[in-house]
Write a protein that binds this ligand. Structure first.
Ligand code: GLU
Length: 376
């Protein structure tokens, strides 16, 4: 049975990726203020409806280039990195001001490839972004272009946005760019191209529909968008490619403007939990009392107070097995403390963590989003 396109308003946590060509009028070398103000209105509306919104914004290189008055034409990597250093300041200010007009605090997050791929850094980035969302801020994310090197960088914000969306268990990723979606042939391939409104699975045929295009300042062509689709949908995030050319692009999606949806078969928490249950080798064990077992079964997080004993050599973010005091496996999860710190705070109330450790870590030993119940 074929599935239907979802509605943007169905989602609880949405990542909106904004391409450089939308934010910056390349010919005039100026920011498209009115367009951004209209987008911010759309964001503010969704935000007011108690949705978590994250923005992945390109434009650092494009803005830097215009501030520095660099000539048009391809930039060498070191030139674009230096341009990004200048442009990112402007970009962050623009977002802070524009969202600020709606009473929304923007928080700047600059990520490298390693920050999303290496587990400890990934967990750190995730908890910072989580905190911003808890405070109802809107994280404004870009690649940390100034330190990224050719071998280890995303280079395009389509895939970065997809990784951010999956890292944050977002249920939807919106890619706004200057194309309105996917056609069955790359542009300029002769014959009239047919618009694809729904992709249920990224097959080789779908991949073949992308040309290797992409303009000079925004690197992502359809190819990186389809790759983003693969990353997002395989981890439980729906994705939509939509045109951002007109004003109010999010409102336009809600009102039925043409766009291409990539559907995920999974749901994000389930996908992460599968990953925790299946692919991580446990590095230790937490033995918990009966009260904690009962709390976990009711869907709660594991607090330090319920842990009686720890065993093994684990670091913060490692997978651990959770057992009851008879040694029966209750579940598995990612632990928020390394073994040394964990041993100091077990049996204690979360409010004492700061006093004991000298720093205030997470209140939970294992957060419920990082926990999978059931024995192996
Ligand atoms: N990180 C780049 C910038 O801010 C953009 C990469 C992209 O266009 O996808 O300029």
């Amino acid at each position: 049975m074929s599935r239907k396109a979802p509605a943007l308003t169905d989602f609880r946590r949405i990542v909106v990726k904004v391409g450089s060509s939308l934010l910056v009028d390349m010919a005039a070398g100026k920011l498209r203020n009115a367009w951004l103000a209209a987008l911010a209105e759309d964001i503010a509306r969704l935000h007011k409806d108690r949705r978590d919104i994250l923005v992945v914004s390109s434009g650092a290189i494009a803005l830097g280039r215009s501030v520095l008055k660099l000539p048009l034409g391809a930039l060498k990597l070191e030139d674009s990195q230096a341009a990004a250093a200048v442009g990112q300041i402007a970009l962050a200010r623009i977002w802070a001001e524009t969202l600020g007009r709606h009473g929304i605090a923007a928080g700047q997050i600059l990520l490298t490839l390693g920050d999303t791929e290496e587990r400890r850094r990934y967990l750190n980035a995730r908890s910072t972004i989580d905190k911003l969302l808890e405070w109802k801020s809107v994280p404004v994310i870009n690649e940390n272009d100034t330190v990224a090197t050719n071998e280890i960088r995303y280079g395009d914000n389509d895939r970065l946005a997809a990784r951010v969306a999956t890292m944050m268990s977002a249920d939807c990723l919106v890619l706004l760019s200057d194309v309105d979606g996917l056609y069955d042939k790359p542009p300029g391939a002769g014959r009239e191209a047919k618009f694809i409104a729904l992709v249920e699975r990224v097959t080789p045929e779908i991949e073949a529909m992308a040309g290797a295009s992409g303009s000079e300042l925004s690197r992502g062509g359809m190819l990186t968008k389809i790759e983003a689709g693969k990353i997002a949908t395989s981890a439980g995030t729906h994705m939509v490619i939509a045109s951002g050319r007109g004003e109010h692009p999010l409102k336009a999606i809600i009102e039925g403007a043409p766009c291409t949806w990539f559907l995920t078969p999974a749901n994000p928490v389930t996908a992460r939990k599968k990953w925790i249950a299946g692919s991580l080798e446990p590095k230790g064990t937490l033995f918990i009392d009966g009260g904690a077992v009962a709390a976990l079964k009711r869907g709660k997080s594991l607090l330090p107070a319920g842990v009686k004993r720890v065993d093994g050599e684990f670091e913060r973010g490692d997978a651990v097995v959770i057992r009851d005091l008879d040694g029966v496996e209750v579940g598995r999860g990612l632990v928020a403390y390394d073994v040394k710190d964990a041993a100091k705070i077990i049996g204690k109330s979360s409010g004492d963590i700061l006093n004991i450790l000298g720093f205030g870590g997470r209140a939970e030993m294992v957060h419920r989003d990082d926990l999978v119940m059931g024995g192996a």
